[in-house]
Ligand binder design. Structure first.
Ligand code: SF4
Length: 230
């Protein structure tokens, strides 16, 4: 009975390596990703401010003006969609997104599988999302899947524990952005451990940080390339 209960509460997250490839492509192209959320609306109830860019005209046309707030510090024209006293997005009506076809890119890009992928088991102030994080179960069909997962986790731990080895502001305080950064630079750790065959990284922390910054720069350059081609 115990294992049936466990299975019932698990959410299939797909094969790890396939998910990672799709996620990195979506990040590079800046478009959304299909997430098998099912009935879950945790991220619509978790006190998030949703950023909406000025070119998301169809989205903006569907959100009442009184729910659009200016976003100081963000690029000109960006607006914020807030949440009510229970942390719920005002566009969530009867447990469904009332503007689903035209929901903001921020919502279409949100995938809470990034947290288990980065080994982040809980988010302090987000109980509903933490519950989902703990339900996702990836498939690890080969050692390749497991090694990728291990490298992302290692990237996330390194970023958090070696902030001082990076330029100020390089390592985000925001846990979502941190998980995304780990996904974009994981290959530094993957290459060293699983392609070099060494069990321990013998580089200094400064050298690892330098390699991480370079991997990030390369990923951003790819992003520019994809956006230019789009
Ligand atoms: S706009 Fe829709 S998808 Fe986005 S948080 Fe609100 S209800 Fe959820």
């Amino acid at each position: 009975m115990g294992s049936n209960m466990t299975r019932q509460h698990e959410l299939p997250a797909g094969r790890f390596s396939s998910w990672l490839q799709r996620t990195r492509e979506a990040l590079a192209k800046g478009n959304g990703i299909t997430v098998p959320c099912g009935e879950c609306t945790a991220c619509c109830r978790s006190s998030y401010f949703i950023h909406i860019k000025p070119d998301e005209k169809r989205t903006l046309a569907r959100i009442p003006a009184e729910l659009q707030f200016s976003a100081p510090g963000l690029p000109a024209g960006t607006v914020l969609l807030g949440y009510d006293e229970n942390g719920k997005c005002p566009m969530l009506i009867d447990d469904k997104c009332s503007i689903y076809e035209h929901r903001p890119l921020t919502c279409r890009s949100y995938d809470c599988r990034i947290f288990p992928a980065a080994g982040i088991a809980a988010i302090d102030d987000k109980a509903l999302i933490t519950r989902q994080i703990q339900r996702w179960k990836f498939d690890y069909l080969t050692i390749y899947d497991r090694n990728q997962k291990a490298a992302i986790h290692e990237a996330a731990v390194f970023l958090q524990t070696h902030r001082k080895d990076f330029p100020a502001e390089f390592v985000p305080r925001n846990i979502t952005q941190l998980a995304i950064l780990a996904i974009t630079v994981y290959d530094v750790f993957y290459r060293y451990h699983f392609e070099s065959g060494k069990s321990r990284i013998t580089l200094s922390n400064t050298e690892i940080a330098k390699a991480v910054i370079e991997a990030h720069r390369r990923f951003e350059a790819d992003m520019q390339h994809c956006h230019t081609r789009a």
